[in-house]
Design a binder for this molecule. Sequence first.
Ligand SMILES: [Mn+2]
Length: 262
Amino acid sequence: MQNGKKIFFNSDQHFGAPTAKESKVRERIFIEWLEHIAPEAEEIYLMGDLFDFWFDYKAVVPKGYTLLLGALARITLSGIPVHYYRGNHDMWTFYYFEEELGFIMHRQPEIVLLDGKKFYMAHGDGLGPGDRGYKFIKKVFENKINQWLFRQLHPDWGIPLARFWSGRSRYANLERESREREDGKYDDQQWLLNEPLPQYALHILQQIPDIRYFIFGHWHLPVALQLTDNCSYFNIGDWITHFSYLTFDGSVVEAKRWKPDI
Ligand SMILES: [Mn+2]
C-alpha cells in the first residue's frame, strides 16, 4: 500500500436503533472513528446495515443522522473512496448514498483485488445453506411492486412500521446469540466453521482457490478463521456492542476494536 496507508472495513452500525437518542451516542463514536482513521485511510469499505432501516423515498430523506451523513460526505469529498455493500436492513438504498454521499455502491457479492490480493466481499445475508425463511422474505422485499406499494405509505406510517419489523428480527437474533455465547459455541472453532457463512466461503474457495480473504458483515460477531494456509475468513462484527473493524495494510488483515469513551 502506498505511503503506509491502510484499507478500513466497518459494518453493521444499525444506526437509528434501538432509539434515535441511543443511536446518536453510537453515531458520535463512529464519527470520531472516521475522523481518526481518515489521515491513514487509502479506502473505506462499509459492509452494510449502516442504518437499521433506510428507504429512498422520492422526495423525503429519513429524519436524523445529519452529522453522520455530513461526516461521511466529507470523507468522500476529501478524496477517500468509500465503498458500500448494501445490507439487508438498507437494501432500499437506490440513489441517495451514491448521489448525496458519493459512495461507490455494490449490490452483490464481489471479488476485488486489493494490493494484488483477491478478496471476496459481501454483506453476507442469504448466503450459505439454510435460512429459507429469510431467503423468501428477501425476494418479497426486493420485489419492485412491493417497494412501490411501500412508497405509497406516508413515511410517518411506513418508517415506524419498518422499524418495528426490523426491531423484532434484531431481538430474535440477540436472544439466539446470547444463548450460543452461554453455550460456549463462540469458542469452538469447529462450530464456527460449520455456520452458514464459513460454509459458503469454503464452497466458493473450492471453485476459486486463489481467494486470500473473505470479508463479511451481517453476522454481528467478530470472527477470524483460518480456512486454509493461504486463506482467512473474517466477520467484521458490529458497531453496536463490539465496535470492531478490520484493517488491511497490503500484507495482513487485522481485527481491531475501537475503545469508545461512553
Ligand atoms: Mn446487520
